[in-house]
Each structure stands twice: as structure tokens, then as C-alpha cells.
Design a protein around this ligand. Structure first.
Ligand code: ADP
Ligand code: MG
Length: 188
């Protein structure tokens, strides 16, 4: 979570720039605010298990991020944490399993599917890649984010643009790739 917060802070402007032509130019700020709150909470609370870290972080994101990405990433982290339960040490395979459940919950919450040009286009490949390695997860997420460029957005603000959303990388897919890059750096 600390690495995620650092990556988001470093890439805030790029995420906001991606959210400018097809959104409302707040994605970088939304995530920076959310992850800053996560870092603050973790410093104060020191949760006992990885599952607790993630459920607490998810709750923070929901309460601090106003945009669509708050509840979506909040659900991702909370559901991953819940699936991990009180396991004291989490293997890569266990994390992949837990994330798979959580990504399905994100899809259900947002009513989106793979190919709709959302964060799911990075998250689904990331989870598949994670079954192999942390590096493979990060690479697959980046590939998934790049693959949103030729797609027309079907969900979220970008979908209001119809065909004019084609040719732009989805900001949420880009931030998902960033979070998996952070994970690969610290865990890989
Ligand atoms: P907002 O769109 O409310 O301004 P953000 O800019 O923070 O929120 O986040 C936008 C990102 O959220 C999009 O790029 C997309 O990846 C993701 N998103 C939006 N709506 C959905 C949805 N229904 N399902 C999945 N992801 C979504
Ligand atoms: Mg936005």
C-alpha cells in the first residue's frame, strides 16, 4: 500500500492528463487523496494481517475518493482483504485467488465487462499474470491498459463521448497497471 501510494503520487499528473480528454481530469487527484489517507491510516493503526491492511485501505478509498474509482478500488481492496481472511502470510497464489474474487465484485458493482475500456481491462489480465509471477502481473496489466486505446468506452464518464472515446487510454486501466507495477516492485 505504501508503494502504491508513492507510485500514485509520482504519476498523479499523468493519470489526470489521461482523464482530461475523456473524463473530468480528476483521476490522479482522486487516487492521490485516497492513497494518502491509506498511508496515514496504516501509520496510525498498524493492522495485524495482510487481509486487515487491505480491508482498511479499501474503506479509506471509499470514504476519501469522490469519483467512481473510489468505490471501485475500495471494493477491489476490501474484497481482496475479505477473501484473504486472517492468513498471517499470503502467498502469490493466494493473493491471485483473492484478487480474482475481488475483480469479479468490481465488475458486478460497475456493471462492466472486459473490453468496455475500464480498469477491468487491466485488472483481469493482471490477475491471470499473477498466477505466474508478480512481474507477469505488472506486464499483463500494462498490456491491458494499452489495449484500451483503440476501444470505445462502454462504462463510466468516458462512455458519454461515444466513438470519440476511441484512441484514448482509459485512466483507470492506467492506474490499475500502476498499482500492479508497485506490487511487483515490492513483492516480486
Ligand atoms: P470519475 O469518472 O467519477 O471522475 P475517476 O476519474 O477517479 O472517477 O475514475 C475513472 C475511472 O474509473 C475510469 O477510467 C474507469 O477505469 C473507471 N470506471 C468508471 N466507471 C466504471 C465502471 N462502471 N466499471 C468499471 N470501471 C469504471
Ligand atoms: Mg474522473
Amino acid at each position: 500500500m505504501t508503494a502504491c501510494a508513492a507510485y500514485v503520487e509520482r504519476e498523479e499528473d499523468r493519470l489526470t492528463e489521461l482523464d482530461s480528454p475523456i473524463g473530468d481530469a480528476d483521476h490522479g487527484g482522486n487516487l492521490r487523496r485516497g492513497f494518502a489517507a491509506v498511508t496515514e491510516a496504516l501509520a496510525a493503526e498498524q493492522p495485524a494481517t495482510p487481509g486487515e491492511v487491505l480491508t482498511g485501505a479499501g474503506r479509506r478509498l471509499v470514504s476519501k475518493v469522490g469519483g467512481a474509482s473510489g468505490p471501485l478500488y475500495g471494493t477491489l481492496l476490501r474484497r481482496t482483504g475479505k477473501a484473504l481472511g486472517d492468513t498471517p502470510q499470503v502467498s502469490r497464489e493466494e493473493l491471485a485467488e483473492a484478487l480474482a474474487t475481488a475483480v469479479d465484485a468490481v465488475a458486478q458493482l460497475g456493471g462492466a465487462r472486459q473490453g468496455d475500456a475500464t480498469m477491468l481491462d487491466a485488472l483481469y489480465p493482471a490477475v491471470e499474470g499473477l498466477r505466474t509471477s508478480y512481474a507477469a502481473a505488472a506486464e499483463a496489466a500494462e498490456g491491458g491498459a494499452a489495449a484500451t486505446e483503440p476501444l470505445q468506452a462502454r462504462k463510466g464518464r468516458a462512455s458519454y463521448l461515444g466513438e470519440r472515446s476511441i484512441g484514448h487510454r482509459d485512466p483507470g486501466a492506467a492506474s490499475s497497471a500502476l498499482l500492479f507495477a508497485a506490487l511487483a516492485e515490492v513483492a516480486g
